[in-house]
Design a protein around this ligand. Structure first.
Ligand code: FMN
Length: 337
């Protein structure tokens, strides 16, 4: 449907929001010597030779006078972890530079750190752009830091997931590829294969690993408590499992109480390290940002499916001060049980 005769400004804005952009912070120094800046996603490249970029500024902006008079400005392309910086430079009535280390660039313009790329510009042109002014700047210096970018789409921040050739829809896709449960299960199974092999070399099973793992989150747990923690993952625990671990002198069962032997504690630490290394291998195909994206999505699945689950999955309920990780060097991440 064409909207060319009457333009509803709300709908127009929403339609523009379907264009996905990065987020920048544009800074300058006012004639009075004040640092000025704002968040802008109207940035774009213009010319390679000479190197030029553009962005547009709302004429009503509190920063308009400073930018209209400025000979120089700097454009910072924000990194994925700079959402807070974006919000700070879009907020009114705050010190937008608060808490940020500022360096000085051409024309004494404030430069902020931690971004993905940075362009220092000399103002070449100011064009009329309706209720905005279009600034075209010649790039006099730039830095590229290679950090993953912050993304903006439809009024929301996003994270970038780059497609790889192997991600292209494949008609030879295997059984279950469209089923989330299958993919989650297969990824988990494959990820833990090296760990499982290590446990089996010791003549132990998954379930023994899970008992050791549950005990490593805090010693002095009872047989009942450990069984409950492990059974929650679908494994049935029987006395024999504890007996095997005790025979191997990895744990001591004292009535209802279970604790590690020194060898058991060492073995648990080794297993956790092997688990971390399996995780690092599994994430080998993902960069830092993609791993973060995957974790966020998995947390959404966990939230969506978690109604009525026992509270012991909450870190503060399972984690105790005398956990093995403290002994292993103060790690704070929980292990899966
Ligand atoms: C993601 C995002 C992109 C923005 N892009 C622009 C822009 O391109 N140009 C602009 O003038 N304002 C833009 N703004 C609004 C300004 O950052 C700022 O919030 C607004 O100008 C109000 O403050 P001011 O009166 O001090 O300018 C954007 C805000 C956000 C959150």
């Amino acid at each position: 449907m064409s909207n060319s005769t009457t333009i509803d400004s709300r709908q127009f804005r929403a339609a523009l929001g379907s264009f996905t952009t990065g987020v920048t912070v544009v800074t300058t120094r006012s004639v009075a010597g004040e640092d000025v800046g704002l968040t802008a996603n109207s940035f774009n490249s213009v010319s390679l030779d000479p190197p030029m970029v553009l962005w547009s500024l709302d004429r009503r902006s509190s920063t308009a006078a400073a930018f209209m008079a400025a000979e120089h400005f700097a454009v910072h392309i924000l990194a994925a972890d700079q959402e807070q910086v974006s919000n700070q430079f879009a907020a009114r009535g705050v010190d937008r530079f608060a808490g940020l280390a500022v360096e000085r660039g051409h024309g004494d313009v404030p430069l902020i750190a931690g971004c993905s790329a940075r362009f220092e510009c000399r103002t070449s042109y100011r064009h009329d752009g309706g209720d905005h002014v279009i600034f075209v700047g010649e790039v006099v210096a730039f830095d590229s830091f290679g950090r993953a970018p912050l993304v903006f789409h439809g009024g929301n921040y996003g994270l970038l997931m780059k497609k790889k050739a192997q991600d292209v829809e494949d008609t030879r896709s295997s059984f279950g590829d469209e089923w989330l449960g299958f993919l989650l299960g297969r990824a988990y199974y494959q990820m833990l294969m090296p760990l499982r092999a290590e446990v089996q070399r010791q003549g132990l099973d998954d379930i023994h690993y899970r008992i050791l793992s549950a005990l490593s989150t805090g010693e002095g747990r009872s047989v009942t408590e450990l069984s409950r923690l492990v059974e929650f993952s679908g494994h049935r625990v029987v006395d024999e499992h504890f007996a095997t671990l005790a025979e191997r002198e990895l744990i001591v069962v004292d009535g209802e109480q279970v604790r590690f032997t020194e060898a058991g504690r060492r073995y648990a630490i080794e297993l956790m390290a092997a688990g971390k290394s399996a995780e690092a291998d599994a994430a080998g195909e993902l960069d830092f940002n993609e791993a973060r994206l995957l974790k966020l999505l998995l947390k959404r699945v966990i939230r969506a499916t978690g109604q009525g689950l026992p509270e012991h999955w909450r870190k503060e309920n399972i984690w105790r001060d005398n956990n093995v990780w403290g002994a292993a060097g103060g790690a704070t991440e929980g292990s899966s049980t």
